[in-house]
Design a protein around this ligand. Structure first.
Ligand code: ADP
Ligand code: MG
Length: 276
């Protein structure tokens, strides 16, 4: 099972859109995919047509030790399951403050899970708090959606430092596997420049043994596409809402890159260039 945390402490960069539609794209490739919504805003949950009304147990109850993950998970499409969030999750940050080992609760809950999946995708909120730390501790890979604007690299350094810290303190196997450019507008020079800077930045870290020294920038960029912005309010993924849209094509291409025959699945600790 590949456990992937979708992270960026900035809001509105495409984390939820990527978690949901990449998950759906992988499921359409015949994979068993479990999505975990770790954002108190519960956007991934609503995006998949599940109402976060506080009536049914959610990831909040799992983190507080009141439920097993399998009691909370529900199937939302063929090959696709969701561990929903609800608005109570905002309180978890405070309620877990005094709990010893609070960063590894999700990891332990997943270890007790009897079901197996090909992919576990965790959607995180726009902070680097205890919920995101739980995702980082439970994941083996970090996937960073990035919107190419002029402060993007600035925020990225902070995020990478946090990943390095988590890797050092609680999870040595953690690696940043890739960066996916979202809300891409190929016609602007700025977008092209940010992508070029990003390549230079990653190139410089190659071979330094940092958690991101094997990260790559996915060739499949997610273009700005209005259909992607519309589908959450219909409680549908892009593949059921607008299967012929550029958004569906982009997420299918990303899934192919991550999961297809040509996907680089390099051993932890080995850089992509060593594999090539
Ligand atoms: P995050 O989870 O990082 O906060 P979202 O995935 O919710 O970001 O995206 C922020 C907003 O941008 C949402 O309204 C979403 O529907 C929209 N959006 C995301 N990706 C695209 C895209 N490629 N084209 C158009 N709108 C998008
Ligand atoms: Mg989100």
């Amino acid at each position: 099972m590949r456990r992937i945390a979708v992270i960026n402490q900035k809001g509105g960069v495409g984390k939820t859109t990527t978690t949901v539609n990449l998950g759906a794209a992988l499921a359409r490739r015949g994979r068993r995919v479990c999505l975990v919504d770790l954002d108190p805003q519960a956007h991934a949950t609503t995006h998949l047509g599940v109402e976060p009304d506080g009536q049914k147990p959610s990831i909040y109850h799992v983190l507080l030790g009141q439920c097993y993950i399998q009691q909370v998970r529900r199937q939302v499409a063929e090959g696709l399951w969701l561990v929903p969030a609800d608005l109570d999750l905002a309180a978890a940050e405070v309620e877990l403050a005094g709990v010893v080992g609070r960063e590894v609760i999700l990891r332990e809950a997943l270890q007790k899970d009897e079901e197996t999946f090909d992919y576990l995708l965790m959607d995180c909120g726009p902070s680097l708090g205890v919920l995101t730390l739980n995702a980082l501790a439970a994941a083996d890979e970090v996937l960073i959606p990035l919107q190419p604007h002029f402060l993007a690299l600035h925020g990225l350094s902070k995020l990478l430092e946090t990943t390095a810290l988590v890797a050092r303190r609680i999870h040595p196997g953690l690696r940043v596997s890739g960066i996916v450019i979202c809300l891409f507008d190929s016609s602007t020079r700025l977008a092209q420049e940010v992508v070029a800077d990003l390549h230079t930045f990653l190139e410089r870290s190659r071979g330094q043994g940092l958690p991101w020294s094997c990260a790559r920038i996915f060739a499949s960029k997610i273009r700005r596409n209005i259909k992607l912005a519309e589908c959450p309010s219909h409680g549908q993924t892009i593949f059921s809402y607008a299967p012929k849209s550029p958004g569906a094509a982009d997420y299918a291409a990303l899934a192919e890159e991550i999961d297809g025959a040509g996907a680089t699945s390099f051993p932890v600790g080995m850089s992509a260039t060593e594999v090539e």
